[in-house]
Design a protein around this ligand. Structure first.
Ligand code: AP5
Ligand code: MG
Length: 202
């Protein structure tokens, strides 16, 4: 079973993907996390990725699929894809290597995305996603940090790209009746319950 999570920045893809991976025994592939890991490396590719991410722009298709391929060791099964695909080209590339069983689109208004992202904090140690309500990670007491692309200019760019490139992907998957639209403005628990129902009903 493979699941794609679509949704704009701040819609809760990462938050829900972690819960889904745990409950359904899936591998969580966060394209953003893979790229941020790569960006830490002190080489040409790392520097290039870091620069593109900080502007909120998209990384090239060759780099993205290649990183996923390495991460899953060529086994494209039992995956929840968080942030991939983000363009028609990526969706076609994924179709060539994996079966897609569910496309879940988490939908929120732009204003809520901006509000959530400006308050988001992530744990350096365990990757837990949380908010600025806390000073330390509530799971492991690790240090919390704010992502560089959670600044106003980069957020604006990411929302633009979502509307231009990612939103139309719902049309791409529609003929296969794979798309489930979820109101992402509810609580984390409410949204997870809805996702669970969709997966269990199939
Ligand atoms: P990526 O890391 O994927 O960023 P994104 O898509 O912009 O999404 P976010 O991670 O910001 O949001 P999210 O939906 O995961 O929300 P979260 O759960 O954290 O990508 C970063 C960059 O990498 C891209 O801009 C691009 O440069 C590059 N990239 C990535 N994929 C690529 C691709 N395929 N091709 C090319 N380039 C690519 O939640 C947000 C906040 O809200 C948190 O604080 C959370 O606690 C809170 N929250 C979550 N759910 C709720 C709720 N229900 N109620 C209240 N608060 C909530
Ligand atoms: Mg995320």
């Amino acid at each position: 079973m493979n699941i794609i999570l679509l949704g704009m920045a701040g819609s809760g893809k990462g938050t829900q993907a972690k819960l889904m991976a745990k409950k359904f025994g899936l591998t969580h592939i966060s394209m953003g996390d893979l790229l941020r890991e790569e960006a830490k490396k002190d080489n040409e590719l790392g520097k290039k990725i870091k620069e593109i991410i900080s502007k909120g722009e998209l990384i090239t298709n060759e780099i993205t699929l290649d990183l996923i391929r390495k991460k899953v060791e060529g086994n494209f099964n039992n995956i929840v894809f968080d942030g991939y695909p983000r363009s028609l080209e990526q969706a076609q590339a994924l179709d060539a290597v994996a079966e897609v069983n569910f496309v879940i689109s988490l939908e929120i208004p732009d204003e809520l995305a901006i509000e959530r992202l400006s308050k988001r904090r992530q744990c350096r140690e365990c990757g837990e996603i949380t908010t600025d309500k806390y000073e330390k990670c509530t799971k492991c007491q690790g240090e919390l940090y704010q992502r560089k692309d959670d600044e106003p200019e980069a957020i604006k760019k990411r929302l633009e790209i979502y509307h231009e490139e990612v939103e139309p992907l719902k049309e791409y998957y529609k003929p296969r009746e794979l798309v489930h639209i979820i109101d992402g403005t509810g609580t984390v628990e409410e949204i997870f319950e809805e996702i669970t129902k969709i997966i269990n009903n199939k």
